[in-house]
Design a protein around this ligand. Sequence first.
Ligand SMILES: N=CN[C@@H](CCC(=O)O)C(=O)O
Length: 346
Amino acid sequence: MENFEYFNKTALNKLLILRKGETKFGEKIAIPSQESAQFADFLKNTDAKFIVYGIKEFAGVKANFGRIGQKHAWDVFLPVFLNIQHNKFLKAHHVAVIGCFDFKVYEEEIQQLNPSEPGQLNRLFEIVSEIDKEVTYLNTLIHRAGKKAIVIGGGHNNAYGNIKGLALAKGAAVNVVNFDAHTDFRALEGRHSGNGFSYAFHEGFLNTYCMFGAHENYLNKFMLHQFKEQPERLKLYTFEEVKVRFEKDFQTSINNIQRVIKSKPYGIEIDVDAIENTPSSAMSPSGFSVTEARQFINQTATSSNASYLHLCEGSPSFSTAADNMLGKLLTYLTTDFIKAQLSVVK
Ligand SMILES: N=CN[C@@H](CCC(=O)O)C(=O)O
């Protein structure tokens, strides 16, 4: 965890905006008291069930020929999240904010690397694999401690570390539902943001993968072949089937997915590019509404086997709106997950 920055009281106080007569979420959350040495103890001892952390990196998107931003989702999420109300609908003592990975050590190098040059692309793949190791390790710690992870940001390459970390902690392959405009089930050609799920699947960490909302315009032959060949373990609901042609009902599809995934520990992956006009590398004018995304999380998170939420690919750099619009979106999705979970886990 050499690239992890632990959250602390000083950083918290800088972000909290206090109001007389109100209690802000940040006033009641748990934070690690010390640096890394005591971190495993913190996880073991904290009463908080939900461990929130960020990932600041653009390597995976760049290695996938995507547009990279300058600003990270974590930095716009945190000030909003800490300043929501602590109230009867959600009590902050359920939550610990532990900090974020900041892979700035690679930042300059990533800026220089050209993915169109094979040697330089390989270096990007290597950097993504290094990031994978650290993300996997932290997720393993969180799940071994019996906690739920809420992971904000980074490219969708980090799904791999989320899945592997959960699978290693549980000692078995896990399930995933991915709410996304893209399957991220590209070929095993070196690690990047477009193949986190295919790597996890082929390496045996991912048992059943439910893909919800993929845009048909972006499904390549390799992906379609994989989904066709293994229909028991790879399930595809396209955006057009559900929202354009009404061949599949939104609610029934979610129920069917929930039935399939909940037999094992599972993760909920949300790529914000599936939400219409949301600032992200592959943002799109077509997609689900914010409310549909919230409903999706609310419904897929109502099982004790729901083990993590990952909100990825968001970057305020691609927005003309105020930064805190993305921060608010990520905060709503996070609190929806926690509330749904609290209805089924204690
Ligand atoms: N995580 C995103 N993956 C998409 C990116 C698409 C794009 O950049 O346009 C994919 O590989 O298809």
